[in-house]
Ligand binder design. Sequence first.
Ligand code: FES
Length: 258
Amino acid sequence: MIKQEQMIVVSQHKIATNIFRLTLKGQLVQEMKQPGQFVHVRVANQMEPLLRRPISICSINREASEFTMIYRAEGRGTVLLSEKRPGDYIDILGPLGQGFPIEKVSSGDKALLVGGGIGVPPLYELSKRLVEKGVEPIHVLGFQSENVVFYEELFNQLGETHIVTADGSYGHKGFVTNVLETMNDDFAVYYSCGPTPMLAAMEKMYPHKEGYLSFEQRMGCGIGACFACVCESTEKMEVDYLKVCSDGPVFQSGVIRV
Ligand code: FES
């Protein structure tokens, strides 16, 4: 069930250049079911900026009623969010959207998880859930450069992890697809989150595989009411468009026109 709650800040740390990890506590965590869902964050209490910011859920600790999100502080709203300190309250609406289906893989299967930039965080909770199921995750994570790489160690603890940077300052040089080309495709399902060109490249690379893609999109209401987030669907679908906030953000490959 979607809830709105004033959640308390447990911790906030800068973990890379302009990248922050924020942990919040509250009852809303008990509603978080699927990895890949997001929350809509009211970044400031004053009138401006009024809009909420959609931020994906990076990890969930149900026992402690806490969850963590990782975001890039790049606009006025997210910079204000980065100034929140432990003990502050933040207005959260969520959990929102359809996440990654983990029932598509079984114990003993391999799953390929491919993330780009700020699309990497939701793959962390996904990977934890897959490991709990006995699935072997393989992570390929792309970043612009070394100074914005995060969570390499944590992904490493869950499974094979390849880091790629566009400028070659860390890990492999180039795009995630450059690394994928060198790997075999003995995975059952792939899951991906990142910029649309990366998702399009994934579809093109694995047309024969079952895949689930999480789209990044500008949003307004976050709950399917304002049409700010519509995407054109492919001829596979009976409708002409889909809403990323409520029909997604995760869609099966081949559903959204990329
Ligand atoms: Fe309003 Fe999706 S953000 S309909």
